[in-house]
Unconditional design. Structure first.
Length: 305
């Protein structure tokens, strides 16, 4: 224990530098500073500036040439993918990933030209990726969702889907989101993570689709006559498929109306045009066949005491 305290005291004494020693060191530092050749300093500065400027110029040349080469590479990849007849969604995703990797490699080369070590640059990218990954965990989930969409293919570019309370035509599938165009020309961006874990209604997977109409008529109307009129209106439309056959039935006996439902199958692309034209024909022609369209009514009876 005594030796420990003696060693500690000796270390403390060594930290105390006498004033004469400090003055000698300061005098030597002044002499060294005075002996510096200003011309050599300016020459070294000039050499550093010139060499740094040359490296910056080379880096700029490499950047513009590399960007031009990358554009050529992207076109070659796009032509190759199109000739392989890959789906448009997979093609768009692959091109985006190629651009990210290509520009990342170009910037690593530029940093190396500027004098940064490749290992240091990769370490910086790795640390930045870790920090960004922790901060943008939701974005990485969207990226994983995009991968799942491309693998499972619940929809493709050009499909008409309904998801996340939105419906429209898929315009593009990107790394982090899916873009759909609605019927009123709105552009909706849906995160891939949200859409990949939600219920997706894809109307484009089948070549045919069923149209359904519900018509309310008054109690006492001739059902057989109205049913025959509805069958004639639907069947005279050449876009309606013969198989399965058109079907008309009573759907419900409501409080103030008899609800008649008609079903017909059409091609997917003809759905809305057939639906609109038949609905209009029902409204115009069914009253001529004894149909009365009821509306909600409230009877109020007043009694006088």
């Amino acid at each position: 224990m005594l030796n420990f305290f003696l060693q500690t005291d000796q270390k403390v004494e060594n930290l105390i530098v006498p004033d004469s020693v400090q003055k000698a060191r300061f005098t030597q530092a002044v002499k060294d500073l005075a002996s510096i050749d200003i011309k050599d300093v300016w020459q070294q500065i000039a050499e550093w500036v010139i060499w740094t400027g040359i490296k910056i110029c080379i880096a700029l040349v490499v950047f513009y040439v590399g960007r031009w080469l990358l554009h050529k590479l992207f076109r070659v990849v796009e032509v190759f993918l199109s000739r392989r007849k890959l789906e448009l969604s997979l093609r768009s995703f692959a091109l985006t990933a190629t651009r990210v990797v290509g520009y990342a490699a170009l910037f690593i080369v530029i940093f190396n030209i500027l004098g940064f070590e490749s290992s240091a640059v990769l370490a910086i990218f790795a640390s930045m990726g870790l920090a960004i990954g922790m901060a943008l965990s939701g974005t990485l989930q969207n990226f994983a969702g995009g991968i799942m969409i491309l693998v499972l293919r619940p929809y493709r570019i050009g499909d008409y889907i309904e998801a996340q309370n939105m419906s429209g035509t898929v315009a593009d599938i990107r790394l982090f989101n899916t873009i759909i165009h609605t019927t009123d020309k709105k552009t909706i961006y849906i995160p891939n993570n949200a859409i990949s874990t939600s219920i997706i209604n894809n109307y484009s997977t089948s070549t045919t689709r069923r149209c359904s109409w519900k018509v309310s008529v008054a109690y006492g109307d001739d059902y057989d006559q109205i049913r025959e009129a509805m069958l004639n209106i639907i069947n005279r439309d050449g876009r309606v498929l013969k198989e399965p056959a058109v079907y008309v039935r009573i759907d419900a006996l409501a409080d103030s109306a008899v609800v008649i439902e008609a079903r017909a199958w059409v091609k997917n692309e003809d759905y809305w045009s057939v639906y609109d034209s038949v609905t209009e024909a029902f409204y115009k022609e069914l009253p001529q066949h004894g149909a009365n369209f009821p509306f909600p009514q409230l009877d109020v009876h007043l009694t006088k005491d």
